[in-house]
Each structure stands twice: as structure tokens, then as C-alpha cells.
Design a protein around this ligand. Structure first.
Ligand SMILES: C[S@@+](CC[C@H](N)C(=O)[O-])C[C@H]1O[C@@H](n2cnc3c(N)ncnc32)[C@H](O)[C@@H]1O
Length: 307
């Protein structure tokens, strides 16, 4: 992964940790309980923790010695050591497998090759939008790791909803803060649509790689982000997340998974547990969190009994 991307992730994580956490207690209790169960669900085969970060959401004391962290933030493992006194084996690669390619494309289209200066024309953003459509993020490193290590459980610790955020940062960096996006939300923005489509592909390919592993999956992710201060609650659980939101006001909601319906991607592997809760991340920003436990596939269980 390019050093600039790693630095961006580290900066993002620092900003995350610097936020006021006074209203995070309920979220942290729920997410730690869920992921704690996941850590203890596979005694012998390795447990893989994706988006492990600094371990704020992960009760590492419950992790078996086989547990491995995965996070591209270069400081994540050391922060885990400081927070938990654990120094697990770690993978620092990009989970989407496509960020380097996106970054190279964004740089090539945003900059003049001879001077490195940002091209100030709308043609550059349109070209980037067009070419992004040809990219197919493929989580090859994750697949290879899974094939080699055959984890018994994989925990996705609040990372899936970050793929699009990171992709946007990459584009912003290439344009050196000249904001290539169309500011009026009512007007079409081809670049925003292209990054949206790239993110949806990355999320789908990533879920497919997790399913291929056959391992027990413990997925936690931002299902939606609600902006503004309108009071909102969650109604009874229904598969369709927008139908669960209750508010007297019109809500401004964004979908970090860019239209991907996680349930529909599960290829018949039904969640044994599926819950949502609200996480007041900051004033004017509430996340709808989703947790899903997907039991191991039957072929994976019999393979693990044989070894
Ligand atoms: C919201 S934070 C999760 C916090 C973490 N679960 C914890 O307990 O501290 C998302 C994490 O995912 C990592 N991340 C985001 N995109 C990634 C990618 N494409 N590849 C690898 N790690 C990524 C970030 O570095 C960050 O640590």
C-alpha cells in the first residue's frame, strides 16, 4: 500500500480517537460484547480481526492466542499494544485490494505529468469519473491470506463502511484540496457517482471473499449515517434498514455501503443473529450500526474437524 494512503488512514484514525466519546458508552458496550463472542467462537483455527484499528471496539483480552489483526493504519498494532498489552500478529495491507490502483488513476488524471500540478479543468474530473468505471477492486491479499491460514472466525470490526470514505480521500488528495465534487447536491456529479459505484463493487467483492472462506463471520458496520439533530429512534427489526428509522422530521441519511444490501449478498448463508442500534458519534452525526453473525459453512466445519 502506498505510504501516502497509509498516512491518510493513520490521520483518519487519530481524528476518530480524538472525538468526544461521552455518548459512546452504549455503542462500545454492544460492539465489544458482540465482537467478544466472535473472538471466543473459534478455539483452534485462527481468528482474523479486520479493521482492528487501535482495539477501541475489540476486547483483545478475550482473543485466543491464534488471533490476528488486520489494519492498514501503520500505528494500529502499536496502539493495540498500548491499549491492551497485546501484540498480535498483524497484516497491514489494503482490505479492498483496489486502493493503490484507484490512487494511481486519480493522480494520473488529476495532475499534469510534466509538472505534477493539478489540472484545473472539469475535463480531468470527467475523465477520472469515466476511467474509474473500468476498475474492479479485488481483495486478492485477503483471499490469499484466508486460503493459507483457514481462519475459523472472521470479525469485520467496523471497516466495511470506511471503504468509500477512504476512496473519497484518495480523490481529494489527488486534486490537492481543489474539491473536484459538484457542490450542489441537486445536480448530477459523475465523479461522485463513479466513486459510489467503485465502493459498491469493493463492498460486494469483499463480502464474497469473506463468504468464500466458509468461516464464521461476525460483521459490524455502519449501515447508515444520519446527519442533523432531528430526534430519531429505531423501530422493530426489519431486513430493510430505512423502514426501521422512526422520526417526526425528514432525515438526511447517507448510505456508506453505497446501495449494497448485505443480506442479499450472503448467498443463502442466513445470519443467526442480526441487530441494529444507534451510535451518536458526534453532535449532528448518528450512525445506524448493524451487527450480523453468520455461522460457518457446513463444509468448513467438517474440514476443521478433520484437521
Ligand atoms: C472505524 S475504524 C474501526 C475501529 C476499530 N475497530 C477499533 O476498535 O479501534 C476503521 C479502521 O479500518 C481501517 N481501514 C479502513 N479502510 C481500510 C482498508 N481499505 N484496508 C485496511 N484497513 C482499513 C482504518 O485504518 C481504521 O483503523
Amino acid at each position: 500500500m502506498a505510504p501516502s494512503l497509509a498516512r491518510d488512514l493513520a490521520a483518519e484514525q487519530r481524528a476518530f480517537l480524538r472525538r468526544d466519546r461521552t455518548r459512546w458508552a452504549d455503542h462500545l458496550e454492544r460492539v465489544r460484547a458482540f465482537l467478544g463472542d466472535g473472538l471466543q467462537s473459534a478455539a483452534r483455527a485462527p481468528v482474523l480481526v479486520l479493521g482492528a484499528g487501535s482495539g477501541l471496539e475489540i476486547p483483545w483480552r478475550l482473543a485466543p492466542p491464534t488471533a490476528v489483526g488486520w489494519d492498514a493504519d501503520p500505528w494500529s498494532r502499536v496502539r493495540t499494544l498500548i491499549r491492551h498489552g497485546r501484540f498480535p500478529p498483524w497484516v497491514f495491507q489494503d482490505l479492498t485490494g483496489g486502493l493503490d490502483q484507484l490512487a494511481a488513476l486519480a493522480w494520473r488524471t488529476a495532475r499534469q505529468p510534466w509538472s505534477g500540478r493539478v489540472r484545473a479543468s472539469g475535463a480531468a474530473t470527467r475523465r477520472l469519473a469515466g476511467l474509474t468505471g473500468g476498475l474492479d477492486p479485488d481483495p486478492g491479499p485477503l483471499r490469499a491470506w484466508i486460503q493459507q491460514n483457514r481462519p475459523g472466525a472472521i470479525l469485520a470490526a467496523n471497516v466495511m463502511g470506511q471503504f468509500g470514505v477512504v476512496a473519497q480521500r484518495i480523490v481529494d488528495r489527488a486534486f490537492a484540496g481543489r474539491h473536484p465534487w459538484v457542490p450542489d447536491p441537486d445536480l448530477p456529479d459523475p465523479l461522485d457517482e463513479a466513486i459510489h459505484a467503485w465502493t459498491a463493487k469493493a463492498v460486494r467483492a469483499w463480502i464474497a471473499a469473506l463468504l468464500e472462506s466458509g468461516a464464521g463471520l461476525w460483521l459490524v458496520h455502519d449501515r447508515a449515517v444520519i446527519f442533523g439533530t432531528a430526534p430519531v429512534t429505531l423501530g422493530p427489526m426489519v431486513p430493510d434498514w430505512p423502514a426501521q428509522l422512526r422520526s417526526e422530521d425528514t432525515l438526511e441519511v447517507s448510505d456508506p455501503l453505497c446501495g449494497v444490501d448485505v443480506l442479499a449478498e450472503l448467498q443463502g448463508r442466513e445470519p443467526a443473529d442480526h441487530r441494529r442500534w444507534l451510535w451518536p458519534v458526534a453532535p449532528g452525526q448518528t450512525h445506524v450500526m448493524e451487527a450480523m453473525r453468520i455461522p460457518p459453512s457446513s463444509s468448513h466445519l467438517s474440514h476443521n474437524r478433520e484437521v
